[in-house]
Every structure is written in structure tokens, then in C-alpha cells.
Design a binder for this molecule. Structure first.
Ligand code: UD1
Length: 416
């Protein structure tokens, strides 16, 4: 198990280039099962989740070669419909491959994704969508089997705007007969990126980024060149790293519009922001004020920034509240932050955070990716040494984290 050691209270200064978005790259790589021929995907972050998705593609007979931030893919057809158990249990996003394989092969047999650290995360919304497109769904021996020789376009209304379900059904519907209209679709920027890739490949998608997406089915899709959008969660976390250490960090290669809910929340706490076309600079005064936040589907405040924001608010003046509405169990970081001196109480899905003057370094454990990010932020701000155990979780979502933070002046190192 890897550990990250941080000596805190070093103000971070300087610029950081934001990597490509993990949550965009994962469904886009899954979409490679739909595209015939050769594709090149650029600006892909080098992360363990990406390696898992590349292995997934290889396991179904698609050639995929990763060279730095570029992944070259060759889909010559003859795709396998059986997904290995080991890959799906590693990463929930593996389930994104179900829609593309179903649409392309007419059937898919994929292990049930199972539970995860931030809640039960079922796939019922995905399955209902596949059924709406004509698929027969069978659950047995821990597998989900979907069958339909030719999907048919239909109305698909989601009970909740699930990001993954929107992506899975949108991908499957590209090769369906006729038109599909998804209502109450998720609007995240990563869905817009996926739709852009699919349209380049010949798909007929309109409305991605809004709650109604129309997909006119086509017979086949061809290979493309595409560059992944910047990672808005990495951008937000890096801005917080500057603010929480009383430094000044500029993030480059970002789309400020994609992080507007976060920027609005930071401005409310008194942070000073300088927003340009593709960069944002943030710095705080001697102190910042608390905030009351509710996580919501995009364009609301993202659940993936909730844990990191909690660390920042733990050092704010006054009391803050955060209501988590997307996941039922996403406060695992609160216990660890308390060990570092934070004053946080949770009542079901609400965290009440009383600002303290200082955090103190401690040994803590990352329970999931964003909980881990909350802890490295806490470590950067805290007095003394913080050791974060199970740091592999962090490496699922932050590319070259220690190198990027060191370049900004942090005293941080990874210990294997
Ligand atoms: C994606 C992101 C994740 C982010 C989340 C919400 C990727 C790889 N991951 O995850 O980082 O935190 O969006 O912004 O893009 N739900 C159901 N049934 C379903 C599907 C979802 O009940 O069939 C529930 C989930 O349990 C959860 C909520 O809906 O409570 C949101 O899930 P969803 O939007 O699907 O998240 P993911 O696509 O898994």
C-alpha cells in the first residue's frame, strides 16, 4: 500500500497545467467498442483507472496502446461479449462498456458492479434504459446479461439524471434503429465531450449538455481523432490547494464555465478570482468565510468536489453546512478530518462544519478518491506531518499529483 507524506503550512504559488478529464476519458474509451477501425484519443490522463479501461478493451479483442497521453485504438470487429469479473470489480466505470457492446454485438454478459465505498450505486437506471431500447435483461450468477439483436429507438425517461446511465444509453442508442429521446438526462460536460466524439464518428446526437438528448440511430460508426476535455475536478482541487495554504495558484487548460458552481462558492467565501479564457487564478486573504452548499447534478455544485470543499470550510471563519444529495454515504472523510482537528458533525446527509484556526498533521487513511483529495488538502494546510495511507485511491484520479504539488512548493512525497 502506498503512502503520501506531507509537511504542511507551505504556501503554494505558481501555475499548474490541468490534465485531461478521467470521467470523460473512461466513457470515451468504452465508446471505442462502437467505432470501427482506428482511433486516436489524446490528452488522456495517465491514471490507474485508465489502465483498467485499456485492459478492458484488450479483453474484448480491441487493440489499445497507451503512449503517454495518447491512446491508439484499433477495433477490427469480432468483439467479445463477456467481461472479466476482475476488471468490473476494480472500477465501477467498467459498466460503461455494456451499452457499446450490446449495441455492436447484440448481447453482453457483464459482472454486477457491486457496492463501493461511497454507497451502493445500483445500475437500475441503466438497465431500465436498455430495456426501453428493446433489450432483455437477465440477472444470474452475479452477472447481468443483456440481449437484443437490434436495439430500437424509443423514449427513455430517467428517474434520476445519472451520469453513467446517460452515457451508456446514449452510446447504445447511436446504433439503434430510429430515434431515441432521453429525458431527464444528466448535463455534465463529460457527456458533451462523449457526444462530440460520437458525432465525429458519424452519430446523430443533438442536445447533449441539456436534459433532453435526441439520438438518431445510424448503421455504423467510424474511427476518429479526439482530445479529451480538461479535468474540472482536478482544476477545482488545485485551486483549493492554493487557497487553503494562503498561496496563489493559477490553473491552466481549464474551461472556467465547467467549474462555475465551484467558482461561485469560492467567491462567496471571499476568495479572489481572476478568470480568463482557459485559466483561473485564485487567492485568499488572511481568512475566508464559511458557506452553505448542496451537491447537485451539473450545473449544480459537484459531489466530486464536496470532500475537498469540506477541508477548506473546516478552516473557514464561522459555521458551514454541506448537504450531500447525490450519494448516500459520502462523508467517510469527516472522521479522518476530525483526527486532524476539524470540528465536523454529520446528521444523515448534512455535515455541519465549525471552522477551526488550525489543523494538525496526523496519520489518516484515504477511503476513496475524493476523500483522499480532502486529506491531501488538509495535509498541505496542517501543522506538522501528515501521512495518508491507502494513497492508491488518490492515484485513480490525480495525475502526477506529487510532482505537480512539489512544483508549486509543497513538501510532499510518495512512499511505496
Ligand atoms: C459519475 C462519475 C462520478 C460522480 C458521479 C456523480 C464517472 C466515471 N464517475 O459516476 O465521479 O461522482 O457521476 O456526478 O463519470 N444511481 C442509481 N441507479 C443507477 C445509476 C445511479 O440509483 O442506475 C444513483 C447512484 O447510486 C448515485 C446517483 O444515482 O446515488 C448518481 O450516480 P451517477 O450519476 O450514475 O454516477 P456515476 O455515473 O456512477
Amino acid at each position: 500500500m502506498a503512502r503520501v507524506k506531507i509537511i504542511g503550512e507551505q504556501p503554494l504559488h505558481g501555475s499548474v497545467n490541468i490534465s485531461g478529464a478521467k470521467n470523460s476519458a473512461l466513457p470515451i474509451l468504452a465508446a471505442m467498442a462502437l467505432l470501427e477501425g482506428e482511433s486516436t484519443i489524446d490528452n488522456v490522463p495517465e491514471l490507474t483507472d485508465i489502465t483498467t479501461m485499456v485492459r478492458m478493451l484488450r479483453s474484448i479483442n480491441i487493440l489499445a496502446e497507451q503512449n503517454g497521453h495518447k491512446i491508439r485504438v484499433l477495433n477490427k470487429g469480432h468483439i467479445k461479449h463477456l467481461i472479466p469479473y476482475e476488471l468490473v470489480t476494480k472500477m465501477r466505470a467498467s459498466f460503461f462498456i455494456a451499452g457499446p457492446i450490446l449495441a455492436r454485438v447484440g448481447m453482453v454478459r457483464i459482472p454486477m458492479p457491486g457496492g463501493c465505498a461511497i454507497g451502493s450505486r445500483p445500475v437500475d437506471i441503466h438497465l431500465k434504459g436498455f430495456q426501453d431500447l428493446g433489450a432483455a435483461v437477465k440477472l444470474e450468477h452475479g452477472f447481468i446479461e443483456l440481449r437484443c439483436p437490434q436495439l430500437k429507438g424509443n423514449y427513455v425517461n430517467f428517474a434520476f439524471p445519472s451520469v453513467g446511465a446517460t452515457e451508456n444509453i446514449m452510446m447504445a442508442a447511436t446504433l439503434a434503429e430510429g430515434a431515441t429521446i432521453i429525458t431527464n438526462a444528466a448535463c455534465e460536460p463529460e457527456i458533451v465531450d462523449l457526444a462530440a466524439l460520437l458525432n465525429k464518428a458519424g452519430a446523430g446526437i443533438a442536445g447533449a449538455g441539456t436534459s433532453t438528448i435526441t439520438i438518431q440511430g445510424v448503421r455504423s460508426l467510424h474511427g476518429v481523432k479526439h482530445a479529451i476535455i480538461p479535468d474540472r475536478i482536478e482544476a477545482g482541487t488545485m485551486l483549493l490547494a492554493g487557497l487553503i495554504t494562503h498561496g496563489k495558484v493559477t490553473v491552466h487548460n481549464v474551461n472556467p464555465q465547467d467549474i462555475s458552481a465551484l467558482l461561485a462558492a469560492l467567491a462567496d467565501t471571499g476568495a479572489r478570482l481572476n478568470i480568463k479564457n482557459n485559466s483561473v487564478e485564485a487567492h485568499s486573504g488572511a481568512s475566508w468565510s464559511g458557506a452553505n452548499l448542496i451537491t447537485q447534478p451539473h450545473p449544480g455544485f459537484p459531489t466530486d468536489m464536496q470532500a475537498q470543499m469540506m477541508t477548506y470550510l473546516a478552516l473557514a471563519q464561522g459555521t458551514s453546512t454541506i448537504r450531500e444529495t447525490i450519494f448516500e454515504n459520502r462523508f467517510m472523510h469527516t472522521g479522518e478530518l476530525q483526527r486532524m482537528g476539524a470540528d465536523i458533525r454529520t446528521e444523515e446527509r448534512v455535515a455541519i462544519i465549525k471552522g477551526v484556526k488550525k489543523l494538525s498533521g496526523a496519520e489518516v487513511k484515504a477511503t476513496d478518491l475524493r476523500a483522499g483529495a480532502a486529506l491531501w488538502l488538509a495535509g498541505l494546510a496542517a501543522q506538522g506531518e501528515t501521512v495518508i495511507y491507502d494513497a492508491e485511491h488518490i492515484e485513480r484520479g490525480y495525475e502526477k499529483l506529487t510532482a505537480k504539488l512539489s512544483a508549486l512548493g509543497a513538501n510532499i512525497k510518495r512512499v511505496a
